[in-house]
Ligand binder design. Structure first.
Ligand code: ADP
Length: 629
């Protein structure tokens, strides 16, 4: 048995536990993958918003170029340069300050001489004059026109400097504040004129920046900005292309500068400076594009899954989708993408309406799996336990059957030996003939014992195979008991027993098979005899109890041990085994008696008798009619 438990543990339970553990681990991995996939999906949303914002800036730049080209039609570039600020204000509805640089790089517009009369011009010149004229470098974020929408390519083209140069320790997280504090570039750190973009790009005065937001999910780039700030003068920045966008922070304010070298006068520069506040009307369009792309998410649900926002350099929402969202921790989006050099430090950020949802669905998957695995393991354990218990039962039954064979053989042998011995005594004429009646009685008793045993075995086999036939008819149980008691009581008395039958008045009408009912009583009486012990006393009580008739066989023997009251009715079960008790038996007497009682709609129960001994009671239903005699 121990061996089969070990086999079960090693071959079934342990592999099942291992498999369950593996399944849970894979569920955990699935959870991580699921979270990553979800985050990647949302990252695409912010990337698209960032691209849309860049495209909008680019659109504005193109609009500016168009205005300049139109102004230059049939005009001398030099003449236009002198009046460019005024002309641009007239021709372009965008609020911008136009500027123009002459062939030598001198500022033609706004005209420095007339700046005093126009506070905006003088402010512009104060903030940008020295830088535009190329005398002072300033911190800028540079984008050339044709690369505006493709910052990734830009980075690759520059040999991956943006990524390679980023350090884990952001040195100038607030680089823009530094730049902002530069009073109009005049007090900017002195730098050589050649300290243009190219030089800074090779790493000399580049600064790695920290991001304004801390996305909960980051891919590859971690929390560091992809942006690099550079110290450069305007001329260096604009030397190798014909048009572009430059962004600068001046006094904590983001200025966007569009510039163009007209084909007619490539050595001149026409440009304009737009305060980022003046582009506010653009941004909802960047997010609206997302709404169109992912229309179903917004349109089909009353509560969208996420909020998309465009954050400015101070992580303040400039536009949100759905519009009017407020009151959240804007610095902690789920995912975010930088807009790039076109709008440095600006971010397209996404906030989950129910941040716990991603985890919840993964957790639910894990919970379900844990439950299924636990159930499966439980089922395996229960199944295993049942198999082991059944195997145990089968083993016990096999053992009982073996015992039964030896018990029956022994029970057959004992009366046969007696019968043979006394028959031989009579045949040989040993002893006086006066003893012959006694010998004959012994032979008869032993023969009866043999018959009873053989009947029990045959009846049990018949019942097992459902082949036993009963001839049931209405009869008086009192009469049946009387006949069986008569023969058995005599035998008991001869064996030194005191006997008593306490009977309620007859008749006890029942419907049954007379032989079967008599066999029940004989089995109970012979057990009372066998297990009587020292106090040889057998009593029979018959009485009516409501709609039942009860037949109790009582003795003063050792009784049945606690916990065995039910087992004694199981086939082959012997509470007193032959070896220790010396009492012969097959373990079938009570089983058969109980089955016969059941066949008659009754039952046999055991109760310890008051004052010691056993009380086996047969309870049968009374028939409505008396038997016809
Ligand atoms: P057996 O042939 O062993 O007597 P039974 O089926 O008749 O088989 O009885 C089953 C077990 O019940 C016996 O082995 C014995 O331990 C117990 N038993 C039956 N009758 C009595 C009794 N009158 N007193 C005590 N124990 C009894």
């Amino acid at each position: 048995m121990k061996k089969s438990i070990w086999i079960f543990l090693l071959a079934v339970l342990l592999p099942s536990i291992a498999l369950g553990w593996l399944a849970l681990r894979s569920a955990e991995e699935q959870q991580i993958i699921l979270e990553k996939r979800t985050a990647e999906l949302y990252q695409t949303e912010t990337e698209n918003a960032a691209t849309a914002a860049r495209a909008l800036i680019d659109g504005e730049r193109r609009a500016f170029n168009e205005v300049v080209r139109q102004l230059l039609t049939d005009r001398d570039p030099q003449k236009l340069a002198n009046t460019f600020s005024t002309e641009l204000a007239k021709e372009w509805q965008r609020k911008a300050i136009g500027f123009a640089l002459g062939k030598e790089g001198q500022i033609c517009a706004p005209p420095p001489k007339q700046a005093a009369s126009n506070p905006e011009w003088s402010k512009f010149l104060l903030g940008n004059g020295a830088w535009l004229a190329g005398t002072t470098p300033a911190t800028v974020y540079w984008v050339s026109g044709n690369e505006l929408n493709r910052p990734e390519q830009l980075r690759q083209k520059r040999g991956g400097n943006y990524d390679v140069q980023q350090s884990a320790q952001p040195q100038a997280a607030n680089q823009k504040e530094q730049a902002a504090s530069e009073p109009a570039g005049k007090d900017a750190p002195p730098a050589e004129k050649s300290a243009g973009f190219n030089q800074s790009d090779t790493g000399d005065n580049k600064q790695t920046l920290a991001r304004n937001v801390e996305p909960q999910q980051v891919f590859n780039t971690a929390a560091l900005s992809q942006l690099m700030s550079s110290t450069a003068d305007f001329r260096a920045l604009t030397s190798d292309t014909n048009e572009g966008v430059i962004t600068r922070f001046v006094q904590d304010q983001l200025d966007i500068i569009f510039w163009l070298r007209p084909a007619q006068a490539p050595e001149m520069v026409f440009g304009c400076l737009i305060d980022s506040d003046n582009l506010r009307d653009l941004w909802p369009a960047a997010l609206r594009t997302q709404e169109e792309n992912t229309g179903s998410r917004y349109a089909s649900r009353s509560q969208p899954e996420f909020v998309l926002a465009l954050l400015d350099d101070k992580a303040r929402p400039i536009a949100t989708q759905p519009p009017g969202e407020a009151g959240r921790d804007w610095k902690r989006p789920f995912v975010a993408s930088e807009i790039g050099e076109a709008l440095p430090h600006w971010e397209a950020a996404l906030y989950l309406q129910r941040p716990e949802q991603v985890r919840e669905s993964a957790k639910a998957l894990r919970r379900t799996l844990t439950f299924l695995i636990a159930t499966a393991l439980g089922a395996i354990a229960c199944g295993g336990w049942l198999v082991v218990a059944d195997a145990r039962r089968q083993l016990a039954l096999a053992q009982q059957k073996t015992d039964f064979v030896s018990n029956v053989s022994h029970e057959l042998k004992t009366p046969l030996t007696s019968i043979r011995m006394f028959a031989e005594l009579m045949q040989n004429g040993n002893g006086t003939t006066a003893k012959h009646p006694q010998y004959l009685r012994i032979i008869m008793v032993e023969a009866e014992r043999l018959t009873r045993l053989i009947n029990n075995v045959l009846d049990f086999a018949g019942l097992e195979r459902k082949q036993k036939r009963f001839e049931k008819k209405p009869l008086d149980l009192h009469a049946v008991i009387g006949r069986a008691w008569e023969g058995h009581a005599l035998h008991l008395q001869e064996s030194g027993f005191s006997t008593r039958w306490e009977a309620a008045p007859a008749p006890y009408p029942v419907v049954g098979d007379e032989d079967a009912l008599a066999q029940i009583l004989v089995n109970l009486l012979s057990n009372a005899e066998k297990y009587a012990g020292e106090r040889k006393e057998v009593e029979l009580h018959t009485y009516l109890d409501g709609a039942h008739v009860c037949v109790s066989v009582l003795d003063r023997g050792c009784g049945v041990h606690d916990g065995e009251e039910r087992k004694i009715f199981e086939a082959f079960y012997r509470a007193h085994d032959s070896l220790s008790s010396g009492i012969q038996g097959s373990g079938l007497g009570l089983t058969l008696a109980q089955r016969l009682a059941h066949e008659h709609g009754g039952e046999i129960t055991y109760q310890p008798r008051e004052g010691g001994g056993s009380n086996f009671t047969l309870r049968l239903p009374l028939a409505k009619q008396l038997p016809i005699v």
